[in-house]
Every structure is written in structure tokens, then in C-alpha cells.
Design a protein around this ligand. Structure first.
Ligand code: GSH
Length: 286
């Protein structure tokens, strides 16, 4: 999706940063966060940011506090897309949620809900450490608004209001549907202290129903939003990491939903998305 009205600075900044990226000024730095309440912000081992962001050559890299879960991965995928497209820099701070690091007072100051992911943007706040954004859907929208200056991954709200509305609809569909339902299924299948068959069935069935909605939407389309066959957007990034971990809730295959992931079908949505280098990279962060 491309905005009809592209600010000239965005074009020149994007070209400059694409050139930087082509010259190998890419990558992110990683700083582990353990359960120590003194949760750290600074990158460790003297590793600083290696390139600047899309908005200004002096801009600081963004900081992503995250872990290896679908809600974390959707944001790392988008940050990798922005890195590939604009040369945007970000630092990764792993928050091992199995140790309770997400409940440390210093983390709760970033997200009072005590959950990953959190994005901290030192460019948009004079205070330290910067502007913190929690809730994965809100982070995707924030990044799209401020850093996807060419409106490549989410339609422009003014210039293409209908497509933007579609992006919001499919974002909220995942955020309010697949995420919570599949998350609860995961709890009752994997973590509940007692076996409650009704709860497992309820959340697995609801997750399957929602995959069915994706399947209908993706019939004769490549992506969830946009005219004709659609355009890859944050709506796809938001749903993909959930669907790819279907095995966690004992949904053995996606064969029931051929437009989501076809039986030996190379044209289905999951394969199409997973072919993208930024998706592959984002799925490995942290
Ligand atoms: N609605 C939130 C959900 C975040 C969430 O549930 N994060 C999980 C990992 S996917 C987490 O941090 N769990 C640890 C905990 O519940 O303490 C979002 O989309 O960001």
C-alpha cells in the first residue's frame, strides 16, 4: 500500500537508508534481561547501534523488550521489515517470561500489564528512557504511523481510508479473537494444573473457527487487506505468528484451511509470508 501523498523527505530518507542497508549497515543488537529487578536499558558489551533510523540521521534505535512468543514475534517481524525497507535500527532486550522478568517493577514501569512485548522509542520523548508502547497491536500501529513513512505496510488513514479501515478490522480480529482464544487454548492444553476437557475443547474449537474465517477471507486473495488480491500489511504480520504455532494447541495440521496453508500448495498465505526474508528473520528474534 502506498500513500497517494508522499512527503518528499520520506522518499529521500528512504532512498538514503536503503543505500545504507545495501552497504551492510544492518542488524540489531541484543541485550538479555534477566529476572533482576534492575532491568537494564543500555546495550551490553559495548555494542551500540550500528545505523540510524528513517526519521533522521541522528535518530536513536528503538528498543524492543520481547520474548519467543506470537505477540513478540509479530513486532519483531515488523521491525525486520522496517529494517529491510528503511534501514531502521532497533535493539532487542529479551525478557524471559518463564522467570517472571515481566513482573519486575522496572518492567512494570514500561507496561503496567506486566507482559511482553514493549517498544521504547527514545526519539519521541525528552524523558528517559523514551516513549513506551505496550500491547502488540498498538505497537504495530505506532510503528506504521511514525516509521513506515512510505505507507508500505499499512494504508494511509487519509489517502486510503477504506484500506486503512480493513487493516484495523483484521488487526482487531486477531487481537481480540485469535490471540486470546489460542492463548487460552495453550494454557488449558499445556499449563493448567488440572485437566479440564471442556475448557480445552472450547478454546481449541474457537481457534479453529477463527482459522476458518481467515480461510474464507483468503480465498482468491494473497493477503488479508487491500483491494484485489490484497497487499501484505501489518494485519498479516499480526496473525501469522499465531497460526504458525497451531501445533502448540494440538492442531496437528492446517490442512482444513487450504487458503491459510494448503496441502502441498505453494500459493497459500503462510508459505507466501514465510518466504519473506524479514519474516524469517523476525521469527528468530530473540
Ligand atoms: N494483549 C497483549 C498480550 C501480551 C501477552 O499476553 N504476552 C505474553 C506472551 S505472548 C506474556 O507476556 N505472558 C507473560 C505473563 O502473562 O506473565 C499484547 O498483544 O501485547
Amino acid at each position: 500500500m502506498t500513500s497517494l501523498a508522499r512527503p518528499p523527505f520520506a522518499l529521500s530518507a528512504a532512498r538514503q537508508l536503503a543505500k545504507q542497508a545495501a552497504h551492510g549497515r544492518g542488524g540489531h543488537t541484543t541485550t538479555a534481561i534477566n529476572n533482576n529487578p534492575a532491568l537494564r536499558y543500555k546495550t551490553g558489551g559495548g555494542m551500540g547501534p550500528r545505523y540510524s533510523t528513517a526519521t533522521s540521521p541522528s535518530a536513536k534505535p528503538l528498543s524492543l523488550y520481547t520474548w519467543r512468543t506470537p505477540n513478540g514475534r509479530k513486532v519483531s517481524i515488523f521491525l525486520e521489515e522496517l529494517k529491510a525497507h528503511y534501514g531502521l535500527a532497533y535493539d532487542v532486550h529479551p525478557v524471559d517470561i518463564s522467570t517472571g522478568a515481566q513482573k519486575a517493577p522496572s518492567f512494570l514501569r514500561l507496561n503496567p500489564n506486566g507482559r511482553i512485548p514493549v517498544l521504547v522509542d527514545a526519539n519521541r520523548s525528552s524523558g528517559s528512557p523514551g516513549h513506551a508502547v505496550f500491547e502488540s497491536g498498538a505497537i504495530l500501529l505506532y510503528l506504521a504511523q511514525h516509521y513506515d513513512t512510505l505507507r508500505t505496510f499499512a494504508a494511509d488513514p487519509q489517502a486510503d481510508a477504506e484500506t486503512y479501515s480493513e487493516v484495523l478490522q483484521w488487526l482487531f480480529f486477531t487481537h481480540g479473537g485469535i490471540g486470546p482464544m489460542q492463548g487460552q487454548a495453550g494454557h488449558f492444553v499445556r499449563a493448567a494444573p488440572e485437566d479440564i476437557p471442556y475448557a480445552k475443547k472450547r478454546y481449541i474449537d474457537e481457534t479453529k473457527r477463527l482459522y476458518g474465517v481467515l480461510d474464507v477471507r483468503l480465498k482468491d486473495r494473497e493477503w488479508l487487506t487491500g483491494p484485489d488480491k490484497g497487499t501484505y500489511s501489518i494485519a498479516d504480520m499480526n496473525a501469522l505468528p499465531w497460526v504458525t504455532v497451531h501445533g502448540f494447541i494440538e492442531i496437528e495440521t492446517l490442512d482444513e484451511w487450504p487458503n491459510v496453508k494448503g496441502l502441498h500448495c505453494e500459493q497459500a498465505w503462510v508459505e507466501r509470508a514465510m518466504e519473506r526474508p524479514a519474516v524469517k528473520a523476525g521469527m528468530q528474534v530473540p
